[in-house]
Design a protein. Structure first.
Length: 344
């Protein structure tokens, strides 16, 4: 396939991301821009879907203009437009999808619907040290905690997943219990840095379940029980609880991930998604992997959260793998969409 210039558009939740990716010379990310809605949603303690959709409408054109200007290219040079089709907030997805399809129609080029989680899964390929296929992937993004065996583009075998709250959800809900601001995950991780190890003992859900599934709802409940027992935790007690919670999450994620790699016989582990930016998780995974002779790969920190670069990359790799180009026009979004349903 000849080199292609792919525009990527991400609007699944509370970040508007636009990126331009060139498949020439092994693939080059020419430019990307991101607008986070965190300041807007902080007032409400979480994402308000209607406000998120309206903000995507306001941001998508200015971000597109910036990306095109920064790249030194023009819209007329685009060969295809990739956009997030799902999963995510239906209204937010519709903004990006409608804009992408309309722009593709006006330019007379095809569109490439992309699975949001596939974007996260492939985002480490944008790093300075990209992994090669096949590998085991720990996908910890928002409401998803999954272990996948990845053989190539569209070759995804689900090995284990969360049965209730995902790791990211548990971080956010626990942060709220501790009175931390939205977004809770990063705030809790920062607070945990001041906590004392083993000061607060919390359960490790399903650590010895014999399978690769996860469950973090009970851990959140254990934190609630601790907070109620103390009454009004002081600053150090809150930090100790945060530390105990994070240590529990990290231990479960690390041990299940290492078990998945060992059982698969593979030697590469990829970690992707917002929780993949957690420094304690990275530190423990790196240590365990080094002892086992396994290589671990992460996306750059700027690509751990939702972004247009991962969507542009996923669209480009889909096309290189022989995906059928879809004429722009009719489209639909999928608020719920299991990654395991994807095929090559």
């Amino acid at each position: 396939m000849p080199p292609m210039l792919i525009l990527g558009i991400e609007s699944s939740c509370d970040e508007t991301g636009i990126a331009l990716y060139d498949t020439d010379a092994g693939g080059v990310l020419l430019s990307h821009a991101l607008h986070s809605q965190v300041p807007m949603h902080q007032e409400y303690g979480g994402v308000v879907p209607e406000l998120a959709s309206r903000d995507h409408i306001r941001r998508v054109v200015p971000l597109l203009r910036k990306v095109i200007a920064d790249s030194g290219r023009s819209l007329n040079e685009l060969d295809a437009i990739a956009y997030t089709q799902g999963p995510g907030l239906a209204g937010a997805l519709l903004v990006g999808a409608a804009f992408a399809e309309g722009l593709a129609c006006s330019l007379g080029i095809p569109s490439v619907p992309v699975h949001h989680l596939e974007g996260h899964l492939l985002s480490p390929l944008l790093s300075r040290r990209p992994p090669a296929f096949p590998f085991i992937a720990l996908l910890v993004s928002g409401g998803h905690s999954q272990l996948m065996q990845v053989g190539g583009i569209g070759q995804y075998q689900l090995l284990g997943e969360t049965l209730d709250d995902a790791a990211g959800e548990a971080f956010d809900k626990t942060a709220k219990l501790l009175g931390l601001p939205y977004p809770g995950g990063p705030a809790l991780a920062e607070l945990a840095e001041h906590g004392q190890a083993d000061a607060v003992k919390l359960p490790r859900p399903m650590l010895h379940s014999g399978d690769l599934d996860f469950s973090f709802s009970g851990l959140k409940t254990a934190v609630l029980t601790k907070v109620r027992a103390i009454g009004s935790p002081d600053a150090q007690q809150r930090a100790d609880i945060a530390r105990g919670f994070q240590d529990a999450i990290v231990e479960v994620l690390v041990k299940k991930s290492m078990r998945a790699v060992k059982e698969s016989g593979l030697e590469r582990l990829v970690v992707a998604g917002g929780v993949g930016a957690n420094r304690e998780l990275r530190r423990h995974l790196d240590a365990q992997a080094a002892n086992a002779g396994i290589s671990v790969y992460y996306p750059e920190f700027e690509f751990c959260t939702d972004n247009g670069a991962m969507i542009a990359l996923a669209g480009a790799l889909r096309l290189q793998a022989g995906a059928t180009l879809k004429p722009a026009g009719a489209f639909a979004v999928r608020a719920r969409w299991p990654l395991a349903e994807l095929t090559a």
